[in-house]
Design a protein around this ligand. Structure first.
Ligand code: KG4
Length: 348
C-alpha cells in the first residue's frame, strides 16, 4: 500500500493529488495558470510563484473537504524538487514539507522528468527497465536511458530550444495565442480537412513545404534535437509575407517538420539501443500527429511504445505520486531531496 499526497509546481500548473499505490488517482485538482501568463506570450516566473502560493491552499482544502484526511492517514507526501522555475519549485517544496509535518508522513522528492515518464503507471502500465524515455515539453526535449528508479542517463538532448517552446513561439508569430502546441495542432488538422489529407499521412505535400528539413544529416554517433532553426525560418517567412498568412497551412507544415525531426531522432535512438521499449511523455505528447508518428516508428523497430493518457501528458501532481511510489515500494531513497532548478541527469 501507499497512500500519497503529491504536489506539483515546477512551472505553470499548480497541482495536488491524492493517489493510491502510485497508480489509482483518487483526486487530482489542478489549476492551470495559462490565462494568467497568456498576455505575456510565455510564463512570467514571479507570477507563477505567486499563483502557486495562492492556489495550493484552495486545492488542499478541496481534497480535505472531500476526503477528510487526518494525521497518520498518509504513507508519504511527494513533491517535485527539480528541474523547474526555482521560485515555483520552492513554493511547492515548502507546502509539501508543511503537509508532511502535519500528516506525520515522510517526504519524497521527485524529479519532474522522471514523473512525466512514470505517468504511464496511471494507466496501468509498468515502467519497463531498461527502457528509453523520450521527454518533450515546453522546457525539455531529450531522450534518456532508464536503468532503474533514479538511475537515468541522457542519450540525446537539444542543441538549443525545446519542441514545446518551438510550437509556442510559432503560435505567437502567426498570431494564434498561447500555449501554442494545441493551437498549432488544431490549425494543422483544419488544413488536413481542407485538403483531404488524412492525419498521420506519411506523404506530406513536400514540394509545398515552406520549411527546410531539420538537421538533414543526423550524426551517426549521437542523438541531437534542434528546434531553433525552424523557428527562425518561420520568423523570416512571416516577415516576408505580403498577403494574408494562411495560418492553417503554416501550422501544418511547421508541425510536420517538427514531428518528422522527432520521429527520425527516435528511430535513430532505437537503432542505437536496439530492443529497448520506448516511453514517450511530456506536454507535447498530447499531440495526436506526433503520437501516430511514434507508433509507426516503434512498430517498424518492433518495440513497445508507452504513452500516458492525455490527461497526464501535461504537468500534473498524479504523475509525481506515480514516480514517488517507485521509491516507496522498492525501499529506495530518492536522490532528489533538495530543490534544484537544473536537470542534473548525467550524459551517457
Ligand atoms: O509538460 P508540459 O505541460 O510543461 C512543461 O513544459 O513542463 O508541456 C507544455 C508544452 C507547451 O509547450 C505546450 O505548447 C505543449 O506542451 N503542448 C502541446 C500540446 N498540448 C500541449 N504541443 C503539441 N500538441 C499539443 N496538443
Amino acid at each position: 500500500m501507499g497512500l500519497a499526497l503529491a504536489f506539483e509546481s515546477s512551472c505553470d500548473e499548480t497541482g495536488v493529488a491524492l493517489v493510491e499505490n502510485g497508480r489509482r488517482v483518487i483526486a487530482a485538482p489542478l489549476f492551470s495558470q495559462i490565462a494568467l501568463h497568456r498576455p505575456y506570450g510565455g510564463i512570467v516566473p514571479e507570477y507563477a510563484s505567486r499563483a502557486h502560493l495562492e492556489k495550493f491552499t484552495s486545492l488542499l482544502e478541496q481534497i480535505q473537504a472531500e476526503h477528510a484526511l487526518k494525521p497518520g492517514d498518509l504513507d508519504y507526501v511527494a513533491v517535485t524538487t527539480r528541474p523547474g522555475l526555482i521560485g515555483a519549485l520552492l513554493v511547492g517544496y515548502q507546502t509539501a514539507r508543511a503537509a508532511a509535518r502535519y500528516f506525520g508522513a515522510p517526504l519524497i522528492g521527485v524529479h519532474h522528468l522522471e514523473a512525466h515518464l512514470a505517468a504511464i503507471r496511471l494507466n496501468g502500465a509498468e515502467l519497463p527497465y531498461p527502457a528509453l524515455g523520450l521527454l518533450l515539453s515546453g522546457g525539455n526535449s531529450a531522450i534518456y536511458r532508464l536503468h532503474a528508479p533514479g538511475e537515468i542517463t541522457v542519450i540525446g538532448d537539444t542543441l538549443d530550444d525545446a519542441a514545446g517552446e518551438a510550437l509556442d513561439k510559432a503560435a505567437q508569430l502567426i498570431g494564434l495565442g498561447y500555449p501554442g502546441g494545441p493551437l498549432i495542432e488544431k490549425c494543422a488538422a483544419r488544413f488536413c480537412e481542407r485538403r483531404g489529407i488524412s492525419r498521420g499521412n506519411e506523404a506530406m505535400p513536400e514540394a509545398e513545404n515552406m520549411f527546410p528539413m531539420i538537421l538533414k544529416s543526423l550524426r551517426r554517433d549521437k542523438v541531437e534535437f534542434s528546434f531553433s532553426g525552424i523557428k527562425t525560418a518561420l520568423a523570416r517567412y512571416v516577415a516576408g509575407q505580403r498577403q494574408d498568412l494562411d495560418a492553417d497551412a503554416v501550422a501544418f507544415f511547421y508541425q510536420e517538420r517538427i514531428v518528422e525531426h522527432i520521429a527520425r531522432n527516435v528511430a535513430h535512438a532505437l537503432e542505437m539501443h536496439a530492443g529497448l521499449p520506448l516511453i514517450a511523455a511530456g506536454g507535447v505528447l498530447a499531440n495526436q500527429r506526433l503520437r501516430q508518428a511514434l507508433e509507426t516508428v516503434s512498430r517498424k523497430a518492433g518495440i513497445s511504445l508507452h504513452v500516458p493518457d492525455f490527461a497526464y501528458c501535461t504537468d500534473n501532481a498524479a504523475m509525481v505520486a506515480a514516480a514517488a511510489q517507485l521509491y516507496f515500494e522498492n525501499g529506495i531513497a530518492s536522490p532528489y531531496v533538495t530543490v534544484d532548478a537544473n536537470n542534473g541527469f548525467l550524459k551517457a
